[in-house]
Design a protein around this ligand. Structure first.
Ligand SMILES: [Zn+2]
Length: 285
């Protein structure tokens, strides 16, 4: 009797074990094969913060536990611990939110639009931008230098070597005269202003972004899009221009779900993180 009961219990336990094992395999398969293609989870936050420090070595003094210490003495919280949806991140980004989407490097040739709410670089932490470039319009303006843009003088930021990067972009773009029509006249660099329809400061407020020729521009708001719901994606700028800007530390607004195809923004930390993640080509989350 006792032996029979033990035998029954052994068989029962084996069945439970086998069933559990199959469940674990099934869950593992789902997790493994549903990972985002841009390898977004492969660069730990610590490495993203290290990239931020390397990108602005004069302005970012140290990375401490959950704090970025700036050379001006300000201390900026990395993660405020709040859960936010995409619009919430855009409205009140901490540093962790700002670095949460990995910008992919290189041209996207498949013609598909960016994935919904994939806006790498569009999420900006206001405090670090003000600490890097100037906290007020006057302070930001005082930090600008002149860069020659195909014969016109444009004011541009210096932090992290932004002005030198833009000069390097010009040098490379001059190699192909056919590109000039897309580049001039520039629709502007420095302009202390909020992003259209928001209270958030644009990267133009700090002189760290350049808009190319509006004649070729497509912008999600002009196309009738609403925040979080962009119906059509279009781009008329050649990928050669995007490649040159990225090579020198600029991201392109044409890779955003909320697209802005004439917009290039100096974000060497995001280019570095994209390279670390080996995130290439199409903007996918
Ligand atoms: Zn712009």
């Amino acid at each position: 009797m006792a032996a029979d009961r033990r035998g029954f219990r052994l068989r029962f336990d084996w069945n439970l074990f086998a069933g559990g094992f199959l469940l674990v395999v099934a869950i593992a398969a789902v997790v493994l094969f549903s990972q985002p293609s841009s390898a977004a989870s492969t660069v730990p936050l610590f490495d993203r913060l290290a990239a931020l420090q390397r990108a602005y070595p004069e302005a970012v003094k140290a990375i401490e536990l959950n704090v970025v210490v700036m050379a001006d003495g300000s201390r900026i919280e990395v993660d405020d611990g709040r859960q936010k949806d995409h619009q919430g991140k855009l409205a009140a980004a901490d540093i962790e939110d700002m670095l949460s989407q990995i910008y992919p490097i290189g041209a996207c040739d498949d013609g598909r639009p960016p994935e919904r709410n994939f806006d790498p670089g569009r999420i900006r932490n206001d405090a670090i931008f003000r600490a890097l470039y100037g906290a007020t319009k006057e302070a930001a303006a005082a930090n600008l230098v002149s860069v020659d843009w195909f014969g016109s003088k444009l004011p541009f930021a210096r932090a992290g070597g932004a002005d030198a990067a833009l000069r390097a972009v010009v040098k490379d773009l001059r190699a192909d005269p056919a590109l000039k029509t897309y580049l001039v006249p520039s629709a502007g660099t420095f302009n202390w202003r909020a992003v259209a329809g928001t209270k958030r400061l644009s990267a133009h407020s700090f002189g760290a972004a350049i808009d190319l020729n509006t004649k070729f521009a497509d912008y999600w708001l002009w196309s009738g899009g609403k925040a979080g719901n962009v119906p059509t994606y279009r781009n008329k700028f050649p990928k050669e221009i995007v490649d040159v800007f990225e090579r020198h530390g600029f991201i392109w607004g044409g890779k955003w779900y909320h697209y802005d195809t004439m917009h290039f923004e100096y974000r060497p930390e995001l280019i570095a993180i994209g390279r670390m993640a080996e995130a290439r080509g199409c903007p996918r989350s």
